[in-house]
Ligand binder design. Sequence first.
Ligand code: ZN
Length: 339
Amino acid sequence: MVKYWVRRVRLAPFDSAKPHPRGVEMASTMTFTATKKNLLRILAAIAATAFLVLTAACGNADASGSSPSSSSTAMSKVDVAVSVNQWESIAKTIGGQDVDLHVILSNDNVNAHEFEPEANDVAQLEAAKVVLVNGVGYDQWATNAARKGRGDIVDAASAGGIKMGANPHVWFSASVRKAAAKAYLAALEKAAPQDKATFEKNYQTWLSGEDKLDSELSAARAELNGKTYAATAPVSHYLMKDLGLTCETPTGFAQAELNQSNPAPEDIQEFQNLIKEKKIDLLVDNVQEANSTTNMIVEQAKKAGIPVVDFTETMPQQYPNLDAWVMALTKNIEAAAKK
Ligand SMILES: [Zn+2]
């Protein structure tokens, strides 16, 4: 008898979809004798029993579903918003279990320069306690929304000393990545001083990965230094600089791309001559912002036997983090330069 009862009680929480056995028993007895008052009382008892079973089941699910090494509860996590997914992995690695992360733009099939946030994106940026933005006008919509909120804004470009008007693709710069990570760490520590030690530890983890990337970039630079390239869009600028390549993109063409305007016919002609005369070792194409002009240039380069390296603005989903993406692009550049 006792054994049976114990089994019932243990099983009940896992079987919350079915009515509680005791409730069923009570409900069937009731049909004979119940007055209206009794009926209500019994129904209340059934409801209370069912509620207990459900809360037990939910409590159980919560306990097994939450992460084991979290140093704080869900309630005290720092609400962090990141404008574009190029900065997501830094935010995630340093924030660890102590942040609740919202990334606004992760789609590499849209023109990142023309992105407009939805109302709920703006609401997340306004509500966040820390907002990590790229800066230098790349994601002005995020800075504008964050300024209306009360959170701390970490501007990656300005942390790295990049001024407005400069090339905005700063996530590809080793020095900007390091400066941005430090500024973000400081903002997290201000937002949640109780988690300072964890953030510091996470930052060191991130830094050791970044140092490893640095030495791989140096090794690649030893091979690539002095090679030349031209780009259909200026997305690769900082990585190419870190790798020691020289940019030969006609100035007018590059400036038009930066301004999101159409290059002048003479700039396109200059680009075509560069390819015809094989004055570049490789061509960089920004496939996320392809248009008829850039497609024509890519076709010409292929015909001329100039290797083409594809870039995107937004980080493709296949990469676990920014460093892995930078490394993969570096390998592509190395392979192309050997052709
Ligand atoms: Zn761009």
